[in-house]
Design a protein around this ligand. Structure first.
Ligand code: ATR
Length: 277
């Protein structure tokens, strides 16, 4: 019997999830259908109604994208620790009448950096820019990768400090302002998890954070050479990446969670890669 899955967001026309999961299902010979649903923004309860209707209609799971990640988290019956720290869910599983919430964004990001891009974080100095949902999702998976130091910088430094305090027991994390970065030396990995690139902006970081042998990673996908990646390149960083691998890897984590089979991500990443230049 064909199992049903969907991605829900608003707007949703840009989504690559049906393509990604379709390719995974084909390669892994899984009998499943995956569609895109434009979720209702109003009234407030309408999103949860659509999700419940999908589940009671036999749906097995959903991916959740903007602006519904918080609502998806809030309506779940069970939540993973990762989702709880992020306060957001990007994947749901419907099981025995219950809704389970997960957040695979951070895990997908770490897998992309460590496996696809061959940059293990253990023992490295890592800088995470931003303290919104994307950065929150990355914190626990980053600390689990055992960096020598994880610095989180944000315009609103109180947000970064609150996040650092929440995970302080999990590893060596420090919060700071962008202005403090000048004095903090070079990082092996700098990840832009702010939403600045979506508007063509640049978080106010000094070029001194970059190491030519290190890597600069832009979470946004398909925006080509963003101001952040341009700054990194001008600072001599040879290894720059956008979020295509993360996009595919977080989808793969959901696929494993739902189907118990790990799909091969390489061909899908190759297919979706947009050249940076
Ligand atoms: P999301 O949940 O999608 O990450 P968010 O919670 O609105 O979105 O967070 C956006 C992040 O991008 C925040 O860290 C924000 O910084 P502030 O918390 O200081 O507002 C950051 N951000 C957005 N635009 C930025 C810009 N032009 N420069 C620097 N940081 C920016």
């Amino acid at each position: 019997m064909t199992d049903h899955y969907a991605v829900i967001g608003n707007p949703i026309s840009h989504t690559k999830s049906p393509l990604i999961h379709g390719l995974f299902a084909q390669a892994a010979q899984q009998d499943m259908q995956y569609t895109a649903i434009e979720g209702p923004v109003e009234p407030d309860t309408a999103f949860a109604d659509v999700v419940r209707a999908f589940a009671t209609g036999g749906g097995k799971g959903m991916n959740v994208t903007a602006p519904f990640k918080l609502k998806a988290f809030a309506m779940a019956d069970e939540r993973s620790e990762r989702a709880t720290l992020a306060g957001a869910a990007n994947a749901l599983k419907f099981e025995g009448g219950r809704i389970l919430a997960e957040n695979f964004d951070g895990m997908g990001l770490v897998r992309d950096i460590e496996i696809n891009l061959a940059r293990p974080m253990a023992g490295k100095r890592v800088l995470l820019l931003g303290a919104g949902g994307a950065a929150r999702g990355a914190l626990l998976p980053f600390l689990a990768a055992e960096p020598a130091q994880l610095v989180i910088a944000n315009r609103d430094v109180a947000k970064a400090q609150a996040l650092a305090a929440q995970v302080a027991g999990r590893g060596p994390i420090v919060a700071c302002r962008y202005a403090d970065l000048e004095a903090m030396g070079r990082f092996d990995l700098v990840v832009n998890a702010t939403s600045a690139s979506l508007t063509g902006d640049l978080p106010p970081v000094p070029p001194s954070i970059f190491s030519p042998e290190g890597m600069a990673y832009e979470l946004a996908y398909g925006k080509r050479l963003t101001p952040f990646l341009r700054l990194a390149r001008n600072a001599g960083v040879r290894n720059i990446a956008d979020g295509v691998g993360m996009l595919v890897e977080q989808a793969a984590e959901a696929f494993v969670w739902w189907r118990g089979v790990r799909p091969d991500t390489r061909p899908v990443i190759d297919r979706l890669t947009v050249p940076l230049d």
